[in-house]
Design a protein around this ligand. Structure first.
Ligand SMILES: [Zn+2]
Length: 388
């Protein structure tokens, strides 16, 4: 039998889950909360009653958000009580910085992005990012002091305990603690996570994975990573680096990877690798944009390379799916925009995963495109404020 302490911890954890769902999604009905949290109707009902008693949650007449399912009389919605101040989301990509300032309900008030050579210049990028946050806060009629948290996306695995970027991935960031550095510049708590985890959070709260519980989100762009949602929550693993599917070995004597190993998945399917494979067959310099356009136009060479890339990724995802039995695989990142790659990926899952595992899952492109990381960073900031 569980001890009283264990039950209290469980209850507190469930309360945080409800608060973070309301923080991420805005007003929800109790039925929505049951669906999104995976908790029982009785548990949700009693948690909501407690939170209303504690003044943290109120019932609302807000009917602005459409009812997400079912028919019949419109449900009573609950929302976080009187959220004030705001949050910011920061997406540091390999070649860009995107910043959004949002209210506590997650509505983006101002957003901007800049093209920057991020990997080579850690300190300068952090200075510029802090300046963007200040400017956007001002544009949202908030002072930086009114920001309660900043979510920060880093395009590399972050060690949860040391908060350092794992060595070898971003040369200009060696020894830097990105979250701490941005926090020092802004004077606001900064919570950092990687792009695949935040993409997963974004699709879970605001995109194609809403209401789903067991989801693999793949980010396929200049690298390959996965964000894993289990039981409706992001699974970060013991040290925060779960989902590093890009470094699964697919070729014993393949190319040397930026992580130091050989034959990693992302050495075969990264955006740069695909462009390098295709370039000799084209007269003009190929870009990712052009490659995606050629896919839609039906270009045979482009489709061949994208199908092969999808199959290579799908082979690794099939093993992960066999272990996790997800209901949904979301393909995000630049290459998630290629229907041919998504189809190749689906084909390899059907071929290599157990038939029941393959039949239980859908494979879909992400809904949030280039904004997924910044939307996820905002959701992370809101969740951390709600849980604090
Ligand atoms: Zn690697």
């Amino acid at each position: 039998m569980a001890s009283t302490g264990a039950l209290e911890r469980l209850r507190a954890g469930n309360q945080r889950a409800v608060l973070s769902l309301l923080a991420g999604e805005g007003p929800m009905s109790r039925a929505d909360l049951v669906r999104a949290s995976g908790l029982s109707r009785t548990t949700v009902s009693s948690l909501v009653a407690e939170l209303i008693g504690a003044g943290q949650v109120i019932e609302t007449d807000d009917r602005a958000r459409p009812h997400k399912g079912g028919s019949g009389r419109p449900p009573v919605l609950v929302r976080l009580s009187a959220p004030t101040g705001g949050v910011a989301g920061v997406d540091v990509g390999h070649g860009h910085v995107r910043v959004a300032v949002a209210d506590r309900a997650g509505t983006v008030l101002a957003e901007d992005h800049a093209l920057v050579d991020v990997d080579a210049h850690g300190t300068e990028v952090l200075d510029r990012t802090a300046a963007m946050v200040r400017a956007l806060a001002a544009r949202s009629e908030l002072s930086v002091e009114e920001l309660q948290a900043v979510g920060m996306c880093i395009p590399a695995p972050l060690d949860r305990r040391s908060a350092r970027i794992r060595t070898g991935i971003m040369p200009g960031w060696q020894g830097l603690l990105p979250g701490e550095e941005l926090e020092r510049r802004l004077g606001v708590p900064v919570h950092a996570d990687n792009d695949a985890n935040l993409g997963a959070l974004a699709e879970l709260h605001h995109g194609i994975a809403r209401g789903r519980h067991d989801v693999i989100y793949l980010k396929v762009a200049s690298g390959v990573g996965a964000g894993i949602i289990l039981g409706g929550r992001l699974h970060r693993g013991a040290s925060g680096i779960a989902g590093e599917i890009g470094h699964v070995q697919v070729g014993e004597d393949g190319h040397v990877c930026r992580c130091g190993n050989r034959g990693c998945l992302e050495t075969m399917v990264s955006a740069a690798r695909l462009l390098e494979l295709l370039q000799p067959a084209y007269d003009t310099p190929l870009t990712m944009e052009r490659l995606l356009a050629l896919d839609v136009e039906g270009d045979a060479g482009v489709r061949r390379v994208l199908t092969d890339a999808g199959r290579t990724i799908g082979r690794a995802v099939a093993d992960l799916a066999n272990s996790l039995n997800p209901e949904l695989v979301v393909v995000g990142g630049t290459l998630g925009g290629s229907p041919t790659l998504v189809e190749g990926l689906r084909g390899a899952i059907d071929r290599y995963a157990q038939p029941d595992t393959a039949a239980a899952l859908d494979v879909v492109p992400g809904a949030l495109g280039v904004r997924s990381a910044v939307v996820g960073a905002v959701a992370l900031a809101i969740a951390r404020v709600a849980a604090s």
